[in-house]
Design a binder for this molecule. Structure first.
Ligand SMILES: *Cc1c(COP(=O)(O)O)cnc(C)c1O
Length: 426
């Protein structure tokens, strides 16, 4: 009986094999699992991070910086590596602030966004001198009260809830009623009030969406964002030192997804800024700009490796049961912000590139819940006990975005594989 198989997302083209063994950072996946001491593990390829940032820097206008939104992956060795590559870190909690500082990031290059910042968090941010992205008038009031008590000058940007959103974006963060930022029609008043109160106003933060693979939509969103920043700045009557344009660059996870072509996006951004400054947006003439990206910078560089414990049959279907699962890699199970479950790119790491068996196999995790399905009826080379399954696009929203304590299994090991084939565990 032949069963119908389901497609999977595209394996990132940069991955290769040597004698059938998947290489990550030039090292064989099985050797990395041995070094880690146990499976499952996340292996991150530092050279891929380098290449990713360099490719973006090459196409962005000179006046546009690259920020890393560290919630995508806060693994300490990866943060230390990213700190040497990008111009700024975007954080969303004091826990992330601690990690960014420990990674050696200069507080002057850290910006702190996110709703619900507590007074204690605002106080730490104020003391460290990071830029606080104000999410509401109430937050601004609490910050000014703290600043008054401590005599410190707060560095602030105003996060704007734009009246548009990123078309085709996986997660909409702007347009209409939102818990993020201050509505565009009140943003200038808040910035003016902060300047009048003696704050160091750093500019605007306008984030309109995430995970878009539609280059034209990103280009349109960036042009709208530049225009909005110019309009708001005119209303304030002050030039913003920095306009954080948000991000939204998506990565291919699923069947039919194709990678963004970033060159036209970079070119269009340069043109949009140039046109704004030459026209209605002259107030931005000396401003810098920034893109804040999480997944686009790190997703592809990570692979989740998990070992096959059991291969079993049920009603004519084959299941490979692995020692990992949704407690480490929730997104691959389809339970992290997706409506319809689709397959991430997966492979048998120790038979990489080899012909697929006729029968599809489902890769299921070791958690006792039907939600724990890492790949549904995919075509892979014949699977055996002891094989290593590789789940790609695991560098973002993996270990730190999964319910690690659900069902009491051990957390996954994480390692950064550096350029010389060496690795760092923490
Ligand atoms: C989560 C987040 C990001 C990063 O999103 P990605 O889709 O991973 O690039 C950037 N900026 C803000 C404000 C965020 O909340």
């Amino acid at each position: 009986m032949t069963q119908k198989s389901k497609a999977m997302g595209p394996i990132p083209p940069a991955y290769a094999a040597e004698e059938g063994m998947l290489l990550i950072g030039g090292r064989g996946a099985a050797a990395l699992a041995d070094e880690a001491g146990d499976t499952p593990l996340f292996a991150y390829d530092a050279a891929m991070l380098d290449a990713r940032v360099a490719s973006l820097a090459a196409v962005l206008p000179d006046r546009c910086d690259i920020h890393y939104a560290m919630k995508a992956n806060p693994f300490a060795p990866l943060l230390r590596h990213m700190a040497g590559l990008v111009d700024g870190f975007d954080i969303a909690s004091v826990g992330e602030l601690d990690r960014a500082l420990a990674a050696g990031v200069d507080p002057a290059h850290i910006s702190f966004a996110g709703p619900g910042k507590r007074d204690a968090e605002l106080a730490v941010a104020l003391e460290q001198g990071v830029t606080i992205h104000l999410e509401s008038e109430g937050e601004a009031r609490r910050l000014l009260a703290l600043a008054g008590r401590t005599g410190r000058t707060p560095r602030v940007a105003v996060r704007v809830n734009p009246d548009f959103d990123l078309k085709g974006s996986g997660m909409r963060m702007g347009g209409g009623a939102k818990p993020f930022g201050v509505d565009a029609d009140r943003a200038a008043d808040l910035a003016r009030a902060m300047i009048d109160a003696g704050a160091d106003w750093r500019g605007w933060h306008i984030f309109a969406g995430s995970q878009s693979l539609d280059g034209a939509a990103i280009i349109a969103m960036q042009a709208q964002t530049v225009a909005l920043a110019a309009r708001l700045s005119d209303a304030v009557g002050a030039a913003p030192p920095l306009v954080n344009l948000g991000g939204g660059f998506g990565v291919p996870y699923f069947p039919g997804d194709t990678a963004l072509d970033i060159a036209p996006i970079g070119t269009a951004l340069g043109e949009a800024i140039g046109a704004a400054i030459a026209g209605e947006g002259a107030i931005l003439a000396d401003s810098r700009f920034a893109l804040e990206l999480g997944r686009w910078l790190v997703a592809e560089a990570g692979v989740y490796l998990t070992r096959v414990i059991d291969v079993k049959q049920s009603h004519g279907e084959t299941f490979a049961v692995v020692d990992g699962g949704l407690h480490h890699q929730l997104a691959a199970s389809g339970n992290f912000g997706t409506v319809v479950r689709r397959n991430y790119p997966v492979a048998i790491a120790n038979r990489f590139g080899q012909p697929a068996a006729d029968q599809p196999v489902s890769v299921v995790g070791c958690l006792c819940t039907p939600l724990d399905r890492l790949a549904d009826q995919v075509l892979l080379p014949p699977v055996k006990e002891g094989d290593l399954v590789a789940i790609f696009m695991a560098g973002a929203y993996g270990a730190s975005a999964s319910p690690a304590s659900f069902l009491g299994h051990e957390p996954a090991v994480q390692m950064l594989v550096t350029g010389d084939g060496d690795y760092i565990l923490d």
